[in-house]
Design a protein around this ligand. Structure first.
Ligand code: ADP
Ligand code: MG
Length: 254
């Protein structure tokens, strides 16, 4: 394998709080190849968001190393795009203006930038909604716009933190197919955090399983379904076997 795009080694993260230290991540080691799709699953509070924020340069870490393309991750980076659980669109801006926001923060928006953003909106089926305002779109459509916003400055890495958690199951399936297509068409490296084991198995080439606090990696599962994923995969026995294997990590005894 060539040098990984993202490399994390012996990563530790401690949050000092008034009531004592919270050990959020412990000895996390993970290499992610250029163009790979990785999903991370784990119980609530195991440090998934913390790990993603570290990758985005939005928060620091206590010890260990973390690099993207060989460069240490320190400050917020231009080469990552992030999609959050809520679409977080600005209500007073149109969909197109929302998508263009990350570009606008860096340079003047001209015709080329606008065309590029409209192309992304067309890719997710929102070409007729560019001039609408967020409240005029459904939750699924807003989240699609948020994905366009994360891609507009052409980041190398797309980070997604439970992006579809608030959506109904059918919308979620449709968006998963869309994310798979976007990933294939744009050749991004993608890291998805999700509560949904089927979503992780459907989208990822590797599923990283994290254990409860202090968050650490307890298993890594290769998903051998190739790059193109279609919904009929959900009914296959191999899909069910992989999902139930991952589920065994989260069985709780009451
Ligand atoms: P997850 O996304 O897996 O639910 P988080 O990364 O959000 O987990 O949080 C991991 C642990 O770190 C939790 O115990 C959480 O309470 C704690 N934590 C997260 N952010 C902070 C913070 N800014 N200050 C203190 N503790 C935090
Ligand atoms: Mg989280």
């Amino acid at each position: 394998m060539s040098a990984p795009l993202i490399s994390i080694s012996h990563l530790e993260k401690v949050y000092p709080t008034k009531t004592g230290d919270v050990h959020a991540l412990s000895d996390v080691n993970l290499d992610i190849a250029d163009g790979e799709f990785v999903a991370i699953v784990g119980p609530s509070g195991c440090g998934k968001t913390t790990l993603l924020k570290i990758l985005a340069g939005l928060t620091g870490f206590t010890s260990g190393t973390a690099t993207i393309a060989g460069a240490p991750i320190g400050t917020p980076r231009g080469d990552v795009g992030m999609v959050f659980q809520k679409p977080t669109l600005l209500p007073w801006r149109t969909i197109l203006e929302n998508v263009l926001l990350p570009v606008e923060l860096h340079r003047k928006v001209g015709t080329a930038e606008r065309e590029h953003a409209l192309g992304l909106l067309a890719m997710v089926g929102l070409q007729d909604f560019a001039d609408k305002y967020p409240h005029e779109l459904s939750g699924g459509m807003q989240q699609r716009a948020a994905i366009c916003r994360a891609l507009v400055h052409e980041p190398e890495v797309l980070l997604m933190d439970e992006p579809f958690g608030a959506l109904d199951a059918m919308t979620r399936d449709a968006l998963n197919v869309e994310v798979n297509r976007i990933w294939r068409e744009t050749s991004k490296t993608a890291v998805l955090i999700t509560h949904s084991i089927p979503e992780a198995v459907f989208l990822a080439e590797r599923v990283i399983v994290m254990g409860p606090r202090p968050g650490r990696i307890i298993d890594v599962i290769d998903i051998p379904f190739g790059r193109e994923r279609t919904l009929d995969l959900l009914g296959s026995s191999e899909f069910a076997d992989l999902s139930s294997h991952i589920r065994t990590y989260f069985e709780v005894t009451v």
